[in-house]
Design a protein around this ligand. Sequence first.
Ligand SMILES: Cc1cc2nc3c(=O)[nH]c(=O)nc-3n(C[C@H](O)[C@H](O)[C@H](O)COP(=O)(O)OP(=O)(O)OC[C@H]3O[C@@H](n4cnc5c(N)ncnc54)[C@H](O)[C@@H]3O)c2cc1C
Length: 394
Amino acid sequence: MTHTGQRDVVVVGGGIIGLAIAWRAVSAGLSVTVVDPDPGRGSTWAAAGMLAPVAEAQFGEESLAALNLAAVRAWPGFAAALEAAAGQPVHFRADGTLLVAGDPSDRAATDRVLAFHQAIGLAAERLGARACRESEPLLAPGISGGVDLPDDHQVDNRSTVGALLAACETGGVLFVSDEVTRVDIRDDRATGVELSDGTRVDAGAVVVAAGSRSGALGGLPEAVRPPVRPVRGVTVRLQAGPGIPRLRRTVRALVHGRTCYLVPRHDGGLVLGATMEERGFDLSIPLGGLADLFEDARRVVPALDEYSVVETTSGLRPGSPDNGPIVGLTEVVGLVMATGHYRNGMLLAPLTADEVVGLLGSGSGSSDPSPSPFEAFRPDRFSPVVTGWLGTDS
Ligand SMILES: Cc1cc2nc3c(=O)[nH]c(=O)nc-3n(C[C@H](O)[C@H](O)[C@H](O)COP(=O)(O)OP(=O)(O)OC[C@H]3O[C@@H](n4cnc5c(N)ncnc54)[C@H](O)[C@@H]3O)c2cc1C
């Protein structure tokens, strides 16, 4: 049995990536089905919502930093368009991030971060301890200084999911609440997907956006199976009650070499994160990682002691071998990858959606003649096979 007849596109996975693609695709006039047993509740639900091209960039990741910068520039327009389509806010904030050093050895590390940012032409300014505390009065007196990162912003990840679901429904995206068991491929062409209840969705194109489970989908030939692995992270949601002082903007901190971040929300909420562990698909929350997180955060912002713990959430980041996303066509006609976004899925969602919709529309990428920022992040970089929409080397 098939669902709803032939569709232009079926998207496997309704996280931030799949939902953003579905919304942009339906807005471009395509008929779209999203299959997901629980849309928005994967890694996307756990995320802090930092849009951090600078703070997340590492030495040796210059092309990723360039992609991230293009991505953060796309966010204001994406947020405005999404809010207009959904009729609800996403709480995008462009007020930058303060990176602070807990002690003098952390100061050396934040100085290296500063040097990297300046070397690749990104805005970043070194601040002394007093300037940091003037900028953010809740910081502990003992911090040893920091860096102002004006290009690192934030959005409420859960508001964004809510808005995307609303915009998709309004636009006519069909949602199927089930799991894809296999991608159907006939004569080197993707023809749809099979679901766990035995039904099918027939489609002209299949977009794989199943986050950390993208590599586990049935039916994918080994040559195109994305090498994605789960990297567990835990965030804690806190709430400031009436009269409790609130952070003005996002603070990232290095404390004895460990990283933590505190992301304030519009309603007095605060997201504290995050741990990084490779434990397969295990979503449990070990006490040790949480204890370190609390200790580091309280050292930087002592007023956190007055906040209430509302929720602890773990999620599985879709990691790739080079930390970059895996976005583009494969050697199977009509099979498109949109996965591997690792620590930057929120940040990269708007750009990924536009890229994928460009690929779906033209069969060869965006109509924009300038090189795509995803050129260094194509699926075929992990396999020797050169791919093209028509299964040729075009
Ligand atoms: C603790 C933590 C903090 C983070 N903070 C940030 C941040 O501040 N900024 C940022 O940019 N990124 C952040 N990230 C990373 C970000 O969350 C991810 O990169 C992003 O959510 C990936 O989106 P996705 O849609 O690919 O995956 P997911 O959100 O995991 O969605 C995948 C979806 O696919 C569905 N699915 C899986 N298998 C199947 C199947 N067989 N059939 C149908 N559906 C299926 C799942 O149900 C799920 O809904 C963080 C991640 C974690 C864990």
